[in-house]
Design a protein around this ligand. Structure first.
Ligand code: SF4
Length: 225
């Protein structure tokens, strides 16, 4: 199985090997916003859009939404039907439109039109779970958090780093065992690795540099070719 002490080299290799892989919208495209309120708004909205939605669709839909909606005031004012049409074809676009409208109303009334800065406050917003909350605090507010999506959850279990039933459980275990220097980068590295190599179905274990140690591959009898 993969050990914590292996992670430094693994994350470095993933960074190098997948440097030309398609970039992630939230951690790449939005990272250079200098106005923190604008950045927080966009990261939160894009993170909600990204739920159950492919990366390419998240990118296209988010850009379309941000062409019309620049802040919580715009989001509060836009008719829900118009927002729904902007969100198509993101998964659950009708529900997300309602959630985003509710988020806008709460942020305007309770947070002076800004995004709340703590995980506990973010979790009170409609449609915001631990993945989105951790993403916002790590990408925007420079706060320690571990954003565990389905890729991080799957790969950590395959490696044998954790044994858990869902992403929330994985996050809580990682908070105990993972050195803080990896809290922010684990998501970026494993999302890229999970989208391009350690796929949900038919991971490319035959050609994987980890197949001699990864618990999943060892169990299945894979070896480097
Ligand atoms: S050996 Fe297979 S399961 Fe393990 S990390 Fe590589 S691709 Fe994923």
């Amino acid at each position: 199985m993969i050990e914590i002490s292996d992670l430094e080299a693994i994350f470095k290799k993933i960074e190098i090997d997948f440097k030309d892989a398609p970039k992630l919208y939230i951690s790449h495209e939005l990272k250079n916003y200098s106005n923190i309120d604008d950045k927080a708004f966009r990261v939160l909205v894009a993170a909600v859009i990204s739920l159950r939605t492919k990366e390419k669709t998240t990118w296209e839909v988010s850009e379309r939404v941000f062409n019309s909606v620049k802040n919580f005031k715009d989001l509060n004012n836009i008719p829900v039907e118009e927002l729904q049409s902007l969100l198509v074809p993101a998964g659950f676009y009708k529900r997300k439109a309602l959630q985003l409208k509710t988020i806008a109303a709460v942020c305007l009334s309770d947070y002076q039109g800004k995004v709340p800065e703590t995980i506990d406050e973010l979790l009170k917003l409609n449609g915001v779970g631990r993945k989105v909350a951790n993403l916002v605090v790590t990408e925007v507010f420079d706060t320690d958090g571990i954003c565990v999506d389905i890729h991080v959850h799957r790969i950590c279990n395959r490696w044998g780093l954790v044994v858990s039933k869902n992403p929330n459980e994985t996050e809580l275990i990682l908070r105990d065992i993972l050195p803080k220097k990896y809290w922010r980068i684990i998501n970026q590295r494993l999302v890229i690795f999970g989208q391009n190599f350690c796929l949900p179905i038919n991971p490319k274990c035959n050609n994987c540099f980890l197949n001699h140690k990864c618990a999943y591959a060892v169990d299945k009898g894979f070896m480097s070719s």
